[in-house]
Design a protein around this ligand. Structure first.
Ligand code: PGA
Length: 225
C-alpha cells in the first residue's frame, strides 16, 4: 500500500533556507537506495508544502524525482481578480500538485469557514489540484470531491502529544469518509512516534509539521516507511 509523507513547513524559512533544505534533502534521497526503491515502486509518495513563494523553485528542484511533488498550504477562495495579496490556485497550478485546505491554524487564526472551504475545494478541483482536507474531528465538514483527508486533532499539533494510532483508528470510525479515501494522520509526528501509524493499513500517511523543517529529521520518518 502506498504511503504519503507530507511536509507542512507552515510560515517558516527564507528563500535561501528553502533552497538549502531541498538541496540537502535531494542529495540524501539520491544516496538512499531503500527510499529510492520505494519511490520507484510507488510504495511511497513524498509531498512538500512550503510557503507559496517557494513552490516553483522547489517544483523545479524535484521535477526529475519520481513520487516527490510539491503542494500548497492553502489557496484563495477567489479564482482571480481584484483581491490584493491572495494566492490563487491559477497562479500555482503548474508548481503544486495538491493543496492543504482547512488546516486548524487557518480555521482558528484566519476564521476560515466551511463556506469558504467549499469554494476552495471546488477551485482546487477545477484546476486539477488535489485538495488534502484537514479536519479536527467530526465537527468539520468533509466537502464533496475530497479524496484525501488529514485528521489532525488540535491538541496533538505542535505539542509533542501525538494521538496513539489505536485512538486515531477509533476516531476514524466516527467520520463519514468518502469511499477509497486516503486517510492521513498529523500531530506531533516525528522519527520516534511515526512507526505505529505506518504499520496500520488504515492510515495511509502522515502530515508532518515541526519534524519536517530539518531534512535529516524528515528523512528519518520517511526511512520508517
Ligand atoms: P506538528 O504539525 O507535526 O508540528 O504537530 C502538524 C501540522 O500542523 O500539520
Amino acid at each position: 500500500m502506498k504511503k504519503y509523507i507530507i511536509a507542512n513547513w507552515k510560515a517558516n524559512k527564507s528563500y535561501d533556507e528553502a533552497q538549502e533544505w531541498i538541496a540537502m534533502f535531494s542529495s540524501l534521497i539520491k544516496e538512499d537506495s531503500a527510499v529510492q526503491e520505494k519511490l520507484e515502486s510507488d510504495a511511497l509518495h513524498i509531498i512538500i508544502c512550503p510557503p507559496a513563494p517557494f513552490i516553483f523553485s522547489l517544483a523545479n528542484a524535484v521535477s526529475e524525482m519520481k513520487n516527490i511533488t510539491i503542494g500548497a498550504q492553502d489557496i484563495s477562495a477567489y479564482e482571480e481578480g481584484a483581491y490584493t495579496g491572495e494566492v490563487t490556485v491559477k497562479s500555482i497550478e503548474f508548481g503544486a500538485g495538491c493543496t492543504l485546505l482547512g488546516h486548524s491554524e487557518r480555521r482558528s487564526l484566519f476564521n476560515e469557514t466551511e463556506e469558504t472551504l467549499a469554494k476552495k475545494v471546488a477551485l482546487a478541483k477545477k484546476y486539477t489540484i488535489d485538495p488534502i482536507l484537514c479536519i479536527r474531528g467530526t465537527q468539520d465538514t468533509i466537502h464533496e470531491g475530497v479524496a484525501m483527508i488529514a485528521y489532525e486533532p488540535v491538541e496533538a499539533i505542535g505539542t509533542g502529544k501525538n494521538m496513539s494510532a489505536a485512538e486515531v483508528l477509533e476516531k476514524k470510525k466516527t467520520f463519514t469518509l468518502p469511499q477509497d479515501c486516503i486517510f492521513i494522520y498529523g500531530g506531533s509526528v516525528n522519527e520516534q512516534t511515526c512507526t505505529e501509524y505506518l504499520q496500520s493499513d488504515e492510515i495511509h500517511g502522515l502530515l508532518v509539521g515541526g519534524a519536517s523543517l530539518v531534512p535529516e529529521t524528515f528523512l528519518g520518518i520517511i526511512r520508517k516507511v
